[in-house]
Each structure stands twice: as C-alpha cells, then as structure tokens.
Write a protein of this length. Structure first.
Lengths: 311, 316
C-alpha cells in the first residue's frame, strides 16, 4: 500500500487540507483497475466510513497481498474541511465539489480541487463514487447510473444491491463526477448510501460488502464473499412517490427495505404544536420501501416515501 | 396595485411560507399592451434587487396614470433564505437557480420555482436581478446567454447598465430561471450588480432608471419623463480577464472597484496577519475596467479576486 498525496491547499487559519489516496498495486498487470471516491461532502457518514473500512480491508483483511490483482485507489475523503465542522459543502463559498467536474486548474478553489482529483482518477477502468441522496431522504444502498449513453448496467449488477436506479440525466448532472468520469472512458457507478450521521454496524457494512462483491466479481481482487442480490433495474415508472399533504412531525412506521402491501399504514404526521395525528400515510401499491424522508420535521407536499412497485 | 400569493406552503411548525407578487396594471385594460416581470431574491443573500423593486413600486404608485401594460414584481423568491442570510433554499441547501423549471411533484424548492415559472410565463419581458454573492462586488451588468442574444441584446442595451456580458451556452445553466423563461418565450435578462448582503443605493437608482427607460421604450409605461440609458460596453468587443488568488490568506485591495486600470497595475495584496508578511502582490493581468472585485477578504487558493474587461492587445 502506498499513500499518495492528491492535493494540498493552504488555509489562512486552518491546517492545510491534504487529500490523500491509498494505492494498492495489483499483482496482475492485465487485471482491471478501480478507483473509489469516498466523502465529497460532509454532514453524512457512510461514504467516509465505507471508504475507510475498505482501506482497512485491503490492508489487513486480505491475508495475501498478491490476491489484489488490479490497481485499487481509495480516496476516503475529499472534503475534510466540511466534515470537521459539520458543513455539507466547501465551507467558505458553500460550493458542491460534485458540481465542479471535470474541474479547472485556473478556476475557483473547488474547481481546482475537482481538477486535481479528476487527474488522479483518470485512466482507471472502473470507478466507484460513494454518495448520499441530494434531497432530504435516506435510502437503502443502491446504484445510481445516469442515462448518459456510457453506462454499463450489466456490470452494475455485480455489486449485488437490490436496486439499480437508471436515472434520466438532468442539466446539473453534466458537471458531476460520474458523468465526466464516464465521458473520459472509466466505467463509473455511484453508490447511493443511507443518509445518516451515525454508524450502525448492522447495516453500515452493507455498502462495503457491495464494493467487495464488485471487486471480486470483476477479478480485481481474489476474495470469496456471499453473493448479494440479483439487482433489479428501475426507472421512473417503477417508483411510486408518496407525499404528505400535511407538514408536521413525520414518523415512519415501516422501515426502509420492508415490503409493504397496498393500503398498509407506513407512516404518520403529527401536529407539531397539538400532538394529534393529522395524517396517516398508506402504501398506494404493493412494493418495497426504498427511501423515506430523513428528518422529523417534514414540509407540506414533501416526498415522505419512495416505494418500488411490485406485483 | 394588487398583491397576491403565488405559492404557499404550511411549514412544519406554526408558519406559512408565502411567496408574493405585486401587480400594477392600468385601471382600463389596454389592447396589445405588454407585460414585464421583475424578479429578485432567487439567491437569499442578494438584496440589491429588493431596493430596486422598492424604488420601482414607489414610482408606479406615484405615477399610476403612466401605467399602460402589466408590471409584476417578485421581490423575494427565496423568502426563507432572504430572512435568514441563506443563499440557497434553507435545509435543502439547494441553489434555486439550478432547480428550474421544477415541477409540481418535486421537492419543496422545485415546487416553488415551478410556481414562479408558471406565474411569470406569458410575460413579454422578465428581469432577474442578482447581486453577485457575499464574496464579490460587481458593477451593474447584464449577463446574456449567446443562444438568446438575438432577442435579448436589444433590450439589455436599454437597461442603463455599464456592461453587457454575452457568455456561451453551458448545459448546467439550463436549470436557471433565465434559461427556462427564455425557452418559454419570455425575453429574460439577468442583472448582476453590487454585492451580497448589502445595498448599493446608487446602483439601485441607476437600474431603476434603466428599467423605466426599457418600460417606456416598450410602451409598458407612457410618460413624458425622460430616462437616460448609458451606453454599455459589451463583451463582443473585448475579453474578460480573470484574476484568481494564487494563495490562501487575507486579501487587502489597493484599488477602487470599477476603476480603469493599466496592465501590471497593483490590485492588492494577500497578507498573513499572524506574522505581518505579504504573501503575494497581485497585479492586473491586462488593462481595462475592473468590473468585479473581491469584497470578502478571506481567500483560498483559487478564490476569484478580480475580473477585468479589456482589449487583448491593449498597450496602455
Ligand atoms: Zn444570484
């Protein structure tokens, strides 16, 4: 394992930001290679936790380093500055690094960060981006692949997550890492992680298992792990969006990952000043709860649940 | 004059979010008269437009008889942001100007911008007033997407601004208010002026004159009052030069914003208060007009310090 410095930025009042990557060199020059990007933003923990546990797994969990066949680069965190003060974006100007790709070395700070990170990521056959949802919901881990014309849906199944979300490309997605990485010839996948700020060892390792599954099935490492799910590819028509007509205190009564039956109660809204239940949320169809709103205080017409339809 | 709610949402705890629009129109409807919408506060930390809209509403109140078309005013699109010094939509941390056109079934920021686009739709002209951000100070200028310049440039020249910046089409900017409205057939102009979190009174008066001038030319108001429109310089006949900070530190400006400067002139220094040392001295990369200048003094490597508009082969 080699630690490589990807970039260093000085700050007037904080210690320099040093972004490092952990490079595990493979024993087989013909094996595919992969780069994994952890936390690009703060206020959430699973991308950071997963990437750091992956470093530990590759360093200490594999008994023989020759079982690492292809080159693996892990960058656990890009945005230490945000993570350390519970900000989500770049703390000075609040810009999102994932809106700055492919980056620009003469531009603004976060464009420069994106450029140096992108340079370090170039040339890998595969790329994995650990992210959380951009809205205020949390979800079961799933793969997000843009409908960009470069996506590899077949390989996306090798992670073994239950869902692959094949998502329409929006204008703002054209400056994301996934899109640009693919444009530059890397098969990139985003793993959307639960959007939480604590680690629950029972579920937090799911993402790590998915990454290890992928590495092993792509023969980047030689390691046996129980296979995951046969992933289902879902698109917009497969998802039922359930909104709350009332704002208030949101209490989900069914968990993410649970199958629910049509008309089953899955959550409720409590009046924030008077305590009574002002709305009950029922499943509009049979299906699987993939996401729900992550905060207790919910807005009117906010998406409370996303259910993947079944039947 | 009538104020209406264009969007409302019951917030979780005892409060209603309400986005308002005030309409001025003649007492008797005029056939073929045009409609203009003036929008501001899409970014919650930009307040210069609020002052412009105040001045405009005051003028229209005092000159009711001059009103010939429909004038719609939207002073605080991101109302929660404006009142909490938050640029994006609070909690969601979403830039509303990257959320257009939005939709009825989207998250709250998307619902809000959708309601705004529906309400503005049908206007002949829209003006979206921004005030840069808290980091930079800008002279009054119009930003125009090249794609729409054949229809919007003519109007931009009426707005009494100092600079018209025509930029190339960028995919990510398709999610802005101006791109959305231009695509829907409303000729939409983006004004950038002043600085975030502050009012620059002379700029407010300058743009008020420009808006009145444009409305008079378009016969939205009919009045004998004369409004000057200064001749802007335009990016068609020169280049924009960027100066980004080469290092992190405290930026101390040497020049006034809006100054005409020569190549190599000192713009400022980056210093370190801890040891009293100058880390870097910044010089103009080209002669011209200093139309953007750093206002917030803490900088990182890459932070924008200045933009200069000038002629590439300028010898002065
Ligand atoms: Zn703005």
């Amino acid at each position: 394992m080699k630690k490589i410095e990807i970039l260093k930025i000085d700050s007037l009042n904080r210690a320099p930001l040093i972004i490092e990557g952990y490079l595990f060199e493979g024993s087989d020059p013909d094996a595919p290679s992969v780069a994994i990007v952890g936390a690009m933003e703060g206020k959430t923990i699973i991308p950071l936790y997963t990437a750091s546990k992956l470093v530990d797994f590759l360093k200490n969990g594999i008994d023989d380093s020759s079982k690492i066949l292809g080159n693996i680069l892990v960058i656990p965190s890009i945005n230490h500055y945000a993570l350390n003060i519970n900000e989500r974006f770049w703390p000075l100007d609040k810009t999102d690094i994932n809106m700055m790709f492919p980056g620009y070395d003469q531009g603004e700070t976060t464009q420069r960060i994106a450029k140096k990170v992108f340079d370090a990521l170039e040339g890998y056959t595969h790329g994995i981006i650990l992210k959380t949802r951009n809205d205020l919901s949390t979800c079961m881990p799933y793969i997000k692949l843009f409908q960009s014309g470069y996506e590899d849906l077949k390989d996306a199944k090798k992670f073994g997550f239950r869902i692959i979300h094949h998502k329409e490309l929006k204008p703002t997605d054209t400056v994301s890492l996934q899109y640009n990485w693919q444009l530059w010839g890397t098969k990139a996948y985003s793993i959307i992680c639960p959007n939480v700020n604590h680690v629950n060892t029972a579920t937090s390792n799911e993402v790590l298992e998915g990454v290890i599954n992928f590495l092993s099935k792509k023969k980047i490492i030689k390691y046996k792990l129980l296979s995951g799910y046969q992933s289902t590819i879902i698109r917009k028509p497969d998802i039922e969006i359930i909104k709350t007509p009332k704002s208030g205190i949101f209490i989900p009564t069914k968990k993410i990952g649970a199958y629910v039956a049509k008309d089953e109660m899955i959550g409720k809204i409590v009046h924030s000043l008077e305590g009574e239940v002002v709305h009950r949320i029922f499943a509009p169809c049979n299906g699987l709860i993939a996401c729900h709103y992550k905060n207790a205080l919910i807005f009117e017409n906010a998406v409370a649940f996303r259910v993947v339809k079944s039947g | 004059m009538q104020t209406t709610e264009i969007f409302s949402s019951q917030l979780p705890v005892g409060e209603i979010l309400s986005i308002k629009r005030t309409r001025f129109e003649p007492t008797k409807k005029k056939e073929g008269a045009k409609r203009i919408s003036i929008v501001t506060g899409i970014h919650g930390d930009e307040l210069e437009g609020q002052y412009v809209i105040y001045l405009l509403a005051k003028w229209l109140q005092e000159n009711q008889n001059s009103i010939h078309g429909i004038i719609d005013l939207y002073p605080a699109v991101n109302a929660l942001g404006v009142d909490s010094i938050t640029r994006g939509f609070p909690i969601y941390e979403v830039d509303l100007n990257r959320a257009f056109p939005g939709g009825k079934h989207e998250f709250l920021p998307g619902q809000l911008v959708h309601a705004l686009s529906l309400d503005v739709q049908g206007s002949d002209i829209a003006i979206d007033i921004h005030s840069s951000n808290i980091f930079l100070r800008e002279i009054p200028q119009i930003r125009i997407n090249k794609e729409f310049s054949p229809t919007t440039l003519r109007l931009a020249k009426q707005l009494n601004c100092d600079f018209i910046w025509i930029h190339d089409a960028v995919t990510v900017l398709e999610a802005t208010f101006s791109h959305t409205m231009n695509s829907l057939g409303t000729k939409t102009l983006v004004v950038e002026m002043g600085v975030g979190m502050r009012l620059t009174k002379e700029y407010g008066v300058q743009l008020l004159n420009g808006i009145l001038n444009l409305m008079k030319k378009e016969k939205i108001i009919i009045t004998d009052e004369k409004f000057e429109a200064r001749k802007p310089f335009s990016s068609e006949v020169g280049d924009v030069f960027y100066l980004n900070s080469p290092t992190s530190g405290l930026f101390v400006p040497e020049l006034d914003h809006c100054a005409v400067i020569k190549k190599g002139e000192k713009i400022g220094t980056i210093v370190n208060p801890l040891d009293g040392k100058v880390l870097h001295t910044l010089y103009a990369p080209n002669g011209g007009i200093l139309f953007t200048l750093r206002e917030y003094p803490i900088v990182y490597e890459g932070s924008l310090i200045a933009r200069i508009f000038g002629n590439n082969n300028e010898k002065n």
